[in-house]
Design a protein around this ligand. Structure first.
Ligand code: OMP
Length: 272
């Protein structure tokens, strides 16, 4: 099944556009987990068990696992295997923000799609369109291309004028010219609602991965209203820290569930 079909069907089944970011940092985990050699996996498993019926995807960001070396990567692998075994209908978006010359990108694609068996990967478009091609060879898989990131420094380069347009707008136009909405989506930060609105006009059929709500303070009402497509879908709203760190005690799974329930409810409220 293609990524888009999978996403669409779980969004309907769970009535949810919410994605939880599995970004566990050892020193922020509940104290009773911190001496566990598999703390990240134990933490993720509890979050997944508590929230799997409330979400449309999970997004592990590779940095949080790579930071711990081989043991961290093993726990990323265990997390994805657990998801594939227990919740095969939930897509896994691997957040790696990769991008390199074609020959190297081919191996990033192999890592994400063959080794980790992720359904989608975030990629950085700085190296140009040929750097995206190796990912597109995996026809059931999907890439989310960074277009307008959520951080304050997004303006530093992404707003450079190239002729009449800003660099991020040019990237969106280039992606549009590929006419491949079945394999290419974009990342747009919830912290830039006006840019989001304008990108949705330009790319009416594209799936948008939208981080930046919660800790980064994006406006949820504008994000949903400006981000959704004509069928009131087409977006994946990622929230990491506000949900996964809702409590630092042994009730963290239950508290994550309560927080995820709130986000799902608000997202659905503004979809209408
Ligand atoms: P929270 O701010 O804790 O919800 O986490 C946001 C997650 O989304 C992190 O994994 C970020 O790396 C990621 N992210 C952004 O915050 N901003 C972006 O522009 C792009 C991403 C991303 O590609 O997911």
């Amino acid at each position: 099944m293609s990524f888009r079909d999978k996403l669409c069907s779980i969004q309907k089944k769970n009535n949810s556009l919410l994605c939880i970011g599995l970004d566990p940092e050892l020193n922020r985990l509940p104290a009773f987990l911190q001496n566990n050699n598999n703390a990240l996996f134990a933490f993720n498993k509890a979050i997944i068990d508590a929230t799997s019926d409330l979400v449309c995807a999970y997004k592990p960001n590779m940095a949080f696992y790579e930071a711990l070396g081989a043991n961290g990567l093993k726990q990323l692998e265990d997390t994805i295997s657990y998801l594939k075994e227990k919740h095969p209908d939930l897509p896994v978006i691997l957040d790696g923000k990769r991008g390199d010359i074609g020959n190297t990108a081919r191996l990033y694609a192999q890592m994400a799609f063959s080794y980790f068996n992720a359904d989608a990967l975030t990629v950085n478009p700085y190296l140009g369109l040929d750097s995206l091609e190796p990912f597109l060879k995996y026809q059931d898989k999907f890439i989310f291309v960074l277009v307008r990131t959520s951080n304050p420094g997004a303006k530093d380069f992404q707003d450079y004028l190239v002729g009449q347009e800003k660099l991020y707008q040019k990237i969106a136009v280039k992606l549009k010219s590929l006419s491949n909405d079945s394999q290419i989506g974009i990342v747009v930060g919830a912290t830039y609602p006006e840019e989001l609105k304008e990108l949705r006009k330009l790319l009416p059929q594209t799936v948008f991965l939208i981080p930046g709500l919660g800790t980064q303070n994006g406006d949820i009402e504008k994000t949903i209203q400006y981000g959704i497509d004509r069928r009131a879908e087409g977006i994946v709203i990622n929230v990491s820290r506000t949900i996964i760190y809702a409590s630092d005690k042994d009730d963290f799974g239950q508290k994550a569930r309560e927080e995820a329930t709130k986000f799902r409810h608000l997202i659905n409220k503004y979809r209408r």
